[in-house]
Ligand binder design. Structure first.
Ligand code: ADP
Ligand code: MG
Length: 667
């Protein structure tokens, strides 16, 4: 919209400079918002305080003189009159202004009174006729002064202002007291008051959040149209199974189990996220759901992010379900071809009830007799792409995702708005809090000595390091260095072993199995143990260079200890300088994963935690899902209104959103 050359003040040269920064028309130009605003105001003499910055207007009484102090340092001084007070003003490195600092000149000085009110040390100096009072937009655009840029933006705005049409229905804007688009463009570049600034920023945020919310609400409406078989299951068998568990389900477990069963019974595809802290008992809920589906003679797929975790699920599922005659198989890249083809066969005939493997399972060439449920562990998001992959195979199973990074309800609607969310908040009874400390490396030895105490009690220890091997450029603790150090301190009767991602699957399994059978006392590992590894006898974890990890990840990691009845410990070590910021403090005071993830989101933002692609959350220019929580909720409410609204503008916006979803995401 709008040829740039028609704007007053834009010629070929400026047009070229604008095009270099991706501004090709008037609309682009008015969409280049200021980065911030500065408020310029000339104060009165009476407001002045010693040593406090102030902006004053002054009249020069005696021509300025310049002293050359040394190379690249000059000092200009002049006597000025400020509200009938004679003051000596000094400023460094402004000798180029000397010719205009002559008797009678009116200037604006920014700086501080020193010693007494007779001397003023200035940091800025301008002729009064050049000084702009009011709220000044700061654009910081490459190759442009703010003044010039503001001028051409204004020119562009005047040309296109009558063509600026809102794509958000007026009724919604009025309801939320959000300004119209034409007003927005006027005040965002030229606010007169702080209220203008607030209104402009609110419009940007609301606009961003509404469009984001609409996308999610549209995606959900697509999912809700997927028809699938309503599951039938043998309720008495399921009840019997639950009653036979060695513990009673917690209230939260009962609630989420009911939510899942309600979905299973419906003839539409379940897309449910089950979130709860590590150890909150999600797995057992998944097992109950799987058992129900199998009792209705349908098959179940269980997928985990790593071989280790997949294998652990295989063991847990087998232990609990094989007594009921459920046939469970494990499929991984390590299984030989002959066994693989037998498994494929038995899946196709329906002999196998549950197949467990890594996330790659979904890509495998397998056919099911009757697939009813897919359970996916530790994946935050099951994207449009994966759903499409399922559909292309002709599968429309119910889908249950499990996440151990629980997030507060208001964030869950943003992240997983296109799914239903079930949360387990309370932990099974009898869990002891993990005692957590954060220290610098001067405590390394002391922490290791504490480990030896635990080892002597017959317990086991994890030591987590960020890297696999020492790299001269990056000094993060590395497995091999740490192994060497430990062997100096830990008595030889406690075997130490390493576990990291560069090992083959077979090697990893061997080490883990040795650790879980207590053949290894100390496991030095990378974050590979982050998810799922379950060794109840491990009571202590040391995390080296903890600044390398996010809060949620650290919380996940420490969830590997304290899985038995004994008191567990987690020691975080970092460089002393980083202790100062103590962004880890929350880990010392709470073990509530919901609170920790909220703090983590505040510190790092969702993209960092879940991965940009995983969240599908755009990078907002202004909106912040944590800071603007109530606006987020309003946007979702309004998005749902839009979806069912019959007015043409709403429908146009919805149609555009649907189109946007189908285009880029379903390649
Ligand atoms: P998650 O998958 O959420 O990390 P798990 O399902 O692995 O947690 O549960 C952790 C441990 O707690 C397991 O050993 C499990 O048997 C046990 N557990 C689960 N639910 C209960 C319960 N209601 N009461 C006691 N122990 C439980
Ligand atoms: Mg789990």
């Amino acid at each position: 919209m709008g040829d740039l050359l028609t704007v007053k003040g834009i010629g070929k040269v400026i047009e070229g400079k604008l095009s270099n920064i991706g501004i090709n028309n008037c609309l682009d130009l008015i969409r280049a918002f200021p980065q911030r605003y500065e408020t310029h105001r000339i104060a009165t003499y009476g407001e002045a305080e010693l040593s406090k910055e102030i902006v004053l207007s002054a009249t020069i009484v005696k021509n300025a003189s310049v002293a050359y102090i040394r190379r690249k340092l000059t000092k200009m001084t002049f006597v000025a009159n400020i509200a009938q007070h004679e003051v000596s003003v000094a400023i460094y490195n402004r000798e180029f202004l000397r010719s205009s600092m002559i008797k009678g000149a009116e200037v604006v000085i920014t700086g501080r009174f020193e010693y007494d009110f007779k001397r003023f040390m200035a940091t800025d100096l301008q002729l009064k006729k050049n000084y702009q009072e009011g709220i000044i937009p700061i654009y910081n655009v490459y190759n442009f002064s703010d003044k010039v840029f503001a001028k051409i933006v204004e020119g562009a705005y005047l040309l296109v202002k009558d063509q600026l049409i809102d794509d958000i229905p007026k009724a919604l804007l009025e309801k939320r007291q959000i300004i119209m688009i034409a007003d927005f463009y006027r005040i965002v570049h030229h606010p007169l008051t702080q209220t203008d600034i607030t209104n402009a920023s609110l419009r940007i945020k609301y606009d961003e959040l509404l469009k984001f919310a609409l996308k999610i609400v549209c995606m959900k409406s697509i999912n809700e149209q997927i028809i699938t078989r309503a599951k039938t299951y043998d309720i008495s068998q399921v009840r019997h199974f639950i009653a036979s568990l060695p513990f009673e389900l917690t209230d939260d477990q009962k609630t989420v189990t009911n939510e899942i069963f309600r979905d299973l019974k419906k003839p539409r595809q379940m897309m449910r996220l089950l979130q709860g802290d590590v150890g909150s008992g999600k797995t057992i809920v998944a097992i109950i759901a799987a058992f129900a589906v199998v009792s209705g003679d349908e098959q179940v797929v269980v997928m985990a992010p790593t071989e280790i975790l997949a294998h652990q699920h295989f063991e847990t599922f087998t232990k609990l379900l094989s007594p009921y005659g459920v046939n469970i198989a494990f499929l991984s890249s390590l299984v030989n071809e002959r066994d693989k083809s037998q498994i494929r066969n038995e899946l196709e005939t329906g002999t196998i009830n549950i197949i467990i493997g890594t996330h790659a399972l979904i890509q495998d060439q397998i056919h099911f007799h009757r697939l009813g449920l897919v359970i996916i562990d530790e994946q935050h998001r099951f994207g449009v792409r994966q759903r499409k992959a399922l559909r292309e195979k002709g599968w429309t199973p119910d889908v249950l995702l499990m996440s151990a990074t629980p997030i507060p309800r208001t964030l869950a609607i943003s992240f997983f708005g296109d799914m239903d969310v079930s949360s387990i908040r309370s932990m099974p009874e009898g869990r002891k809090k993990i005692i957590t400390t954060v220290n610098d490396y001067s405590h390394y030895k002391e922490v290791l000595e504490h480990c030896v105490i635990e080892l002597k009690k017959g317990h086991q220890v994890y030591i987590i390091v960020p890297l696999i091997s020492e790299n001269s450029k990056i000094e993060f603790a590395a497995v091999d260095t740490v192994l060497y150090e430990l062997r100096q301190i830990i008595p030889t009767d406690f075997p130490i072993a390493a576990l990291h991602g560069k090992m083959t699957g077979e090697e990893k399994n061997k080490i883990l199995s040795a650790f879980s059978h207590h053949k290894i006392a100390v496991l030095v590992a990378t974050t590979i143990v982050e998810v799922g590894v379950d060794v109840p006898n491990a009571t202590e974890m040391i995390i080296l260079d903890c600044e390398r990890f996010g809060l949620s990840q650290l919380h996940q990691l420490r969830g590997r200890v304290g899985r038995g009845g004994n008191q567990a410990y987690c020691h975080l070590l970092t460089d002393s300088i980083l202790i100062g910021t103590n962004r880890f403090a929350i880990l010392e005071t709470t073990t509530d994963g919901f609170a920790i993830s909220e703090e983590d989101l505040r510190q790092r933002g969702p993209g960092e935690i879940f991965g940009e692609e995983q969240t599908g959350i755009p990078k907002f220019r202004m909106a912040n899902l944590i800071i603007d929580q109530s606006l987020v909720e309003q946007a979702f409410e309004d998005a749902r209104t839009l979806l069912t609204s019959s007015d043409p503008l709403s429908q146009e916006l919805v149609a555009k959103t649907f189109f946007g979803i189908k285009e880029p995401n379903l390649d």
